[in-house]
Design a protein around this ligand. Structure first.
Ligand code: XMP
Length: 517
């Protein structure tokens, strides 16, 4: 049984994935497609709804992304957002001009219509605007349904053709009733029924996986991260012991993390679990190396060799599975052939380990390939994967290797693991964990003088890092309360051997990065 589909046509805006996520949150399955996807392909996908995204261009710029007028007559309701709204007006014969006064930020709109998209939305509400062009004349057959002080056509529509346009961004939370407006479009205009539900996803996926895999074997590289863990849980439910998970423990995980992953997947799930402990091999390869890039290369190469050797040993006659998720697969509408930059790039992902040429599987399986991260987490919870794994923070592939500055030694790993565990424990107890996107300890390989009892000490400095961020492209240092910092500092110096000083990193990104390396 396939779900109703909403297609988000990507014109290069920055919130495109957010639009798709909001649509999914409304219970409607949604895919992002480039704006230049052939109309025949769009028709063949049989969508129930189409949304045009925003974008950075002006519609009257000849190199901006356009779409054939044919899209408006295929009989599928369309909602145009920001640039998408202007494009709809322009393509159908309206006029778009540069604003005398750009609107940016929270703006009040007034609507006084009985538009289907404004059901349960008050007459006045705040929306998020970000535009320097505006629709100055509507195409024939359209009428205005809302205005702002500076924008006479904040929303407009041709209900008989099921075409709707909003100049603002309903997908961002600053638009008070944005989600309601999207919901109204999907349900009241398009007739969506809300058939995208995670329970059904699990049931359907398990069924599909069983059909696809048959009696063959499946191998999955399990890192202990959210995506590969949830993929493992799904595959285990589908084929049990036909699944083998290979978990490479290079000794650079957080305290007890390797054991926790092993215990989870051997006790709670039916599968073959192969743990490769290779700390010594990694340490030997890293001996004497302090350059961060070289350390990364060594850890990457060692991982590649150990992992694929183990896979060869297990046999490659079945399928290879990976925890790729939807954002890893989306082809961006930015940098398109319409001339603003390079050709489209599909994001590569650290979960996708390049396969050596000599290894050939019957096929590759990506059971989470259609899901956003929050959906992956929801599936993980439903599968009974422990909270700590489902809500695990991002953790670099090279693990603590990027948090130990300079040469990596067994002693330094131990100090950092202990320090990190204490810091995490205090944050958890303080009740502020959910406010922080990532927090961890760093061992900068600096020794300083201290005093303990009557003795002079010369020991390690620990730096602690905690950030808030939406997307990790930029980040701010978290304002952890002083009393929490005081407890952390106290415990680190008292409980972790070889630590005599603690500093808190108050650098934002940019100019800093999240990790120290
Ligand atoms: P930076 O240090 O670049 O980090 O500001 C941004 C985010 O990426 C994570 N990170 C990595 N994740 N493999 C990963 O899977 C890596 O090699 C890697 N390096 C950094 C980092 O923890 C932060 O969340």
């Amino acid at each position: 049984m396939s779900n109703q589909l909403c297609i988000v046509l990507d014109f290069g805006g920055q919130y495109n994935q957010l639009i798709a996520r909001r649509v999914r949150e409304c219970g409607v399955y949604c895919e992002i497609k480039r704006f230049d996807t052939p109309i025949s392909e769009i028709r063949a996908m049989n969508p129930t709804a189409i949304i045009f995204t925003g974008g950075p261009n002006s519609v009257y710029d000849p190199s901006s992304p356009h779409i054939s007028e044919e899209i408006f007559s295929i009989g599928v309701p369309i909602l145009g957002i920001c640039y998408g709204c202007q494009l709809m007006a322009y393509t159908l014969g309206g006029k778009v001009e540069s604003c005398e006064k750009s609107e940016y930020g929270k703006i009040e709109i007034t609507q006084g219509s009985d538009s289907l998209i404004f059901r349960d939305v008050p007459e006045k509400s705040v929306v998020w605007m970000s535009h320097t062009d505006f629709v100055s004349r509507l195409p024939e057959g359209f009428n205005v349904t809302a205005k702002s002080a500076d924008c006479p056509c904040a929303t407009f529509e041709a209900p008989d053709r099921k075409l709707y346009a909003v100049q603002f961004h309903p997908e961002v939370t600053h638009s008070e009733y944005g989600k309601q407006i999207l919901h109204n479009f999907l349900y009241n205009v398009c007739g969506c029924t809300g058939d995208w539900v995670m329970d059904d996803f699990i049931e359907n996926t398990v069924k599909k996986l069983r059909e696809q895999i048959g009696d063959k074997k499946v191998i999955l590289g399990l890192s202990g991260g959210v995506d590969s863990s949830v993929a493992a849980g799904l595959l285990s439910r589908a084929v049990g012991k036909q699944l083998t998970c290979v978990f490479v423990d290079q000794g650079l995980m957080r305290k007890d993390e390797g054991d926790f992953v092993e215990e989870t997947f051997t006790k709670l799930f039916d599968m073959n679990f192969v743990r490769v402990n290779c700390k010594d091999r990694f340490l030997a390869a890293l001996k004497g190396v302090s350059d961060p890039e070289q350390k990364r290369r060594i850890i990457g190469t060692e991982f590649y060799n150990v992992f694929w050797d183990k896979i060869r040993e297990q046999g490659t006659d079945g399928f290879f599975a990976q925890g790729t998720i939807y954002p890893d697969r989306i082809e961006s509408g930015r940098g398109n052939q319409a001339g603003h930059g390079s050709t489209a790039v599909i994001k590569t992902h650290h979960n996708m380990v390049k396969m050596p040429d000599d290894i050939k599987f019957a096929g590759t399986i990506e059971p989470l390939g259609d899901l956003f991260k929050d959906e992956v987490r929801a599936v993980g919870e439903k599968l009974g994967i422990p909270h700590d794994l489902v809500w695990r923070q991002p953790f670099p592939g090279p693990g603590l290797g990027v948090r130990i500055i300079g040469e990596i030694t067994e002693e330094k790993i131990k100090i950092l693991q202990e320090a990190d565990a204490v810091f995490r424990d205090e944050i958890r107890k303080s009740g502020i964990e959910s406010e922080l996107k990532q927090f961890f300890a760093v061992l900068p390989d600096v020794r300083t003088v201290g005093v303990m009892g009557d003795h002079r000490t010369y020991d390690h400095l620990i730096a602690i890092r905690a950030v808030t961020t939406d997307d990790f492209m930029t980040a701010d240092w978290a304002r952890i309360p002083y009393d929490v910092l005081a407890r952390v500092s106290n415990r680190l110096c008292n409980e972790v051997e070889h630590v005599n000083r603690v500093v808190y990193d108050i650098t934002s990104k940019p100019p800093g990065t999240v990790e120290w390396e």
